[in-house]
Each structure stands twice: as structure tokens, then as C-alpha cells.
Design a binder for this molecule. Structure first.
Ligand SMILES: [Zn+2]
Length: 236
């Protein structure tokens, strides 16, 4: 009986393995056909098909988007936005009140996701370009457990002369004994939703943005935003 069970198990694994292989080959054939229809050379189509065996998104979400016509691109952008209850792929639903923030997202010259300056919710004022979503923000540390408190902190980009008791409380006594009453230190961020008035150095940290429950952050989304920059549609 044990031998029969082992044989059945082995057959199940073989069948599953075959199903995966067949699936990958089918995906590669689809890519090859589509690439040729899109005008890629025979060799390039074959290359994309082979890549698709391990990484199909490389073709569907990169190379293919470059070859879409304006009407195809607009159709794709519209249906993708609608699937996420948005008018455009560059808009964002406010995680606090669900209002739609228009034209909030962009891509940098290097193709990375970016937040537009002063991107905020029209209903509750929630800011996407808030310090808590920025890589330059240093969250406060809870003195007891060492945990980070993201509600306030400091900015490592902007510095100003400050009393050492405020800037470096842990070593203030030693610094004062050495004759330093004030020192240049990262500026205080009183409320991590409100950037410094002079701030022009917001640097998106996507992981921090996800913590604020901003939905639909993915490579595909960034690819669609890049596509929308190529085929801009004026929003009402
Ligand atoms: Zn809101």
C-alpha cells in the first residue's frame, strides 16, 4: 500500500510539473506571436518569448507598452484606472476619506515612481508629499522601547543651528562640558504630515507610502504612469 501511495504521489508531482512547463511554453508562444504582430524582428520576438518563460511581465509591461498605438494606450490606461475606481492612473484615492486626489503621481527621468509637489486630498488635506512618506525623514525614537514614532521627527536634508539639549539630548551634557551650547543638526519635524515651508527635497520612500495604506502601488502601476506621460489625457 505504501508503495502505491508513493507512486500516486510521484505521478501527481510529475503531472503538476508538466502543467507548469506547458503553461510556461504557452505563455512564451503568446509573447512570440504578440511581439511579431507588434513589429518586433523574428529574433527579438524569440528573445522576448524566451524571457517570458521566467519573466512574462518584462514583455507585457515594458517592451509591449512602447509599441501601443495612442488609442490602444488610452484604452488600457482607462480600463486600468476604472478597475481601481480612478479617473486616471496618476490619481490616488485618499486613504483617510476616499476622495480622489487628481494628478498626484508621476515618474522620474530614471523611471521611478514619484509624488507631485503639494499633492494633497481636496477633502481632508491628507498630503502624499508628507515627511512620513519621504526617505529624508528621521522618525522619532521612543526612549523606552527604541521603537520608531512616525508622527514626528527630524529631516536629514535640512539642518539648522539648535540647542544641543534639543538636538542631542543623550550627549548634551558632554557637549556642553566641551563648550558646545548649539550645534547644526537635522531640523525638527513637528508633525510628519506637514513638510517644512522651504522643502523642495521630497524623496519618495514607497515602503513608507504603503504603510499609509495607499493602494495599487506596483511595477505595473509605475509602467502605466510612464505610459500616460507618453499619451497624456486632460482630466476634467
Ligand atoms: Zn482625504
Amino acid at each position: 500500500m505504501a508503495g502505491t501511495a508513493a507512486l500516486v504521489l510521484a505521478l501527481v508531482f510529475v503531472a503538476l510539473g508538466l502543467a507548469v512547463v506547458v503553461g510556461r511554453i504557452a505563455a512564451a508562444i503568446r509573447v512570440d506571436q504578440d511581439a511579431r504582430e507588434r513589429g518586433f524582428s523574428r529574433l527579438a520576438s524569440l528573445g522576448w518569448a524566451m524571457t517570458a518563460v521566467v519573466y512574462p511581465a518584462g514583455y507585457w509591461w515594458q517592451a509591449r507598452l512602447e509599441r501601443l498605438s495612442a488609442s490602444e494606450a488610452n484604452g488600457l490606461l482607462q480600463s486600468a484606472a476604472q478597475a481601481h475606481r480612478l479617473v486616471s492612473v496618476v490619481n490616488v484615492r485618499c486613504p483617510l476619506c476616499d476622495a480622489e486626489m487628481v494628478n498626484a503621481l508621476a515618474v522620474t527621468a530614471s523611471g521611478a515612481l514619484a509624488i507631485r509637489r503639494l499633492a494633497h486630498c481636496p477633502r481632508c488635506d491628507f498630503r502624499l508629499d508628507a515627511c512620513r512618506h519621504c526617505g529624508n525623514f528621521l522618525p522619532a525614537e521612543d526612549g523606552i522601547s527604541g521603537q520608531k514614532d512616525f508622527t514626528y521627527g527630524r529631516c536629514k536634508l535640512y539642518r539648522a543651528a539648535q540647542p544641543v539639549r534639543e538636538a542631542y539630548p543623550n550627549v548634551a551634557k558632554r557637549l556642553e562640558a566641551m563648550g558646545y551650547d548649539t550645534m547644526k543638526a537635522p531640523k525638527r519635524i513637528v508633525d510628519s504630515y506637514v513638510p517644512l515651508d522651504e522643502c523642495t527635497g521630497f524623496a519618495l520612500d514607497e515602503a513608507r507610502l504603503k504603510v499609509s495604506r495607499i493602494r495599487w502601488l506596483s511595477r505595473q502601476r509605475t509602467a502605466l504612469i510612464r505610459l500616460s506621460a507618453k499619451h497624456p489625457v486632460v482630466q476634467p
